[in-house]
Design a protein around this ligand. Structure first.
Ligand code: SF4
Ligand code: SF4
Length: 386
């Protein structure tokens, strides 16, 4: 995760509240043994997005955790003392026992609770209930500032206006709100526009995800490397303009953070300090994990078919153990990467090789190169004497 605003200006909004600060850094917060959790509590959703990474549909999976099982998992999370749980889906608000699950986590008092939603179901009453239940952050997906483009991505006329209404209701209820955009070749210009929209609406956070290739998201959605580099430049400019109200992050491509560190640093020390901000955020299987609707555990939400544990059969503690052989490759990612670029890259420890699903889908090699990486890491390393 790349804290663009913090890298460019030293400021943050929601990340400071959610995670606290350690000097300039919003972490120390999660660790390999205490990762942040993204819990996909259901695959059911009222929308049908073309890029949905979990291939959500109108019905839940028949194999989803029951309420009883989900509450047991919530108790395990509390016992493990994990720092932050984001309930997501599918659309988490269509699962009627969401509130009981959330209460079980919130009652611990120590765990920050967030929800990632398409925003269409957040009425005033729901926003107030989210606040009272103990949620502190609501992330709402937006694919564009143009209603017709967002609605086309989402497969529902009116989804854009309902998402914005949901965001306003959540803000009015006193919740921290963030927009989340997944950028594809069809909405690159929307990323800086959404930062502007967030600023106008008083939304304090925008997370910009680079499209990952799983679920319904196919290769046809990938932008070119040059298009992506130009978009990252525009995001940086917009993030600096909005930094008094809104923080901006880029997710699923730490190579873009290395690019920004190279662009922003004046000295070698500054470059290394900026790189260290990248390392302080959760990444796939390293400081973050994902629980799927059926109780299986993945290193993150962005891997298909990679299961590191099953909460129906094993404890969370066992799954999170660094000696778990299924988790180990992700904890030791630097030694696993084998592509001609990522495998030899001087920044592979910081970057983690970008996305494994992009490598798999485009080059057919799970441990190969990320096709979106637009930097020349050797040139950057030699510029800073590394
Ligand atoms: S991307 Fe989100 S809102 Fe869209 S179908 Fe998938 S779960 Fe639903
Ligand atoms: S070559 Fe691979 S490891 Fe290096 S910056 Fe690019 S994606 Fe990351």
């Amino acid at each position: 995760m790349i804290p663009v605003t913090r890298m460019a200006t030293g400021r943050g909004t929601v990340s400071s509240r959610l995670k606290g600060l350690h000097g300039k850094r919003p972490s120390g917060f999660s660790s390999l043994l205490k990762p942040v959790v993204f819990w996909n509590i259901t695959r059911a959703c009222n929308l049908k997005c073309i890029h949905c990474y979990i291939s959500a549909g109108p019905q839940p999976d028949p194999n989803e955790l029951s309420t009883y099982e989900a509450l047991r998992v919530a108790s395990e999370i509390v016992e493990a003392g994990l720092p932050l749980v984001t309930l997501t889906g599918g659309e988490p608000l269509v699962r009627s026992d969401l509130w009981a699950i959330a209460r079980r986590i919130a009652l611990s008092g120590d765990i920050r609770l967030a929800i990632s939603t398409n925003g269409t179901l957040i009425s005033r009453g729901t926003a107030s209930r989210l606040r009272k239940t103990g949620f502190s952050y609501v992330g709402i997906s937006l694919d564009s500032t143009r209603p017709e483009v967002h609605d086309a991505f989402r497969g529902m006329a009116g989804a854009f206006s309902r998402a914005l209404r949901g965001a306003r209701n959540a803000l009015e209820a006193g919740l921290d709100v963030g927009f989340r955009i997944t950028i594809t070749r069809y909405n690159l210009e929307d990323a800086p526009r959404i930062v502007r929209l967030a600023r106008e609406m008083g939304v304090p956070r925008v997370a910009i995800y680079l499209i990952d290739l799983l679920g319904r998201a196919g290769e046809n959605l990938l932008p070119s490397r040059e298009e992506l580099r130009a978009t990252v430049d525009r995001i940086l400019d917009e993030a600096i303009s909005a930094s008094d109200t809104t923080e901006v992050l880029i997710v699923r491509g730490n190579f873009a953070g290395i690019y920004l560190a190279d662009k922003l640093a004046k000295t070698r020390e500054e470059f290394l300090e900026l790189l260290s901000l990248l390392g302080s955020h959760g990444d796939c299987g390293r400081r973050s994990i994902s629980i799927y609707p059926d109780g299986t555990v993945r290193p993150c939400q962005f891997l298909e078919g990679v299961i590191v544990g099953d909460l129906r059969r094993e404890s969370l503690e066992t799954i999170l153990s660094p000696s778990n052989p299924r988790l180990k490759p992700f904890l030791e990612i630097g030694s696993m990467l084998s592509g001609s670029r990522c495998g030899k890259c001087p920044f592979k420890g910081v970057c983690g090789g970008g996305s494994r699903m992009r490598a798999l889908r485009v080059y057919g090699d799970f441990w190969g190169d990320d096709p979106l990486c637009f930097i020349d890491p050797w040139e950057i390393a030699s510029r800073w004497g590394l």
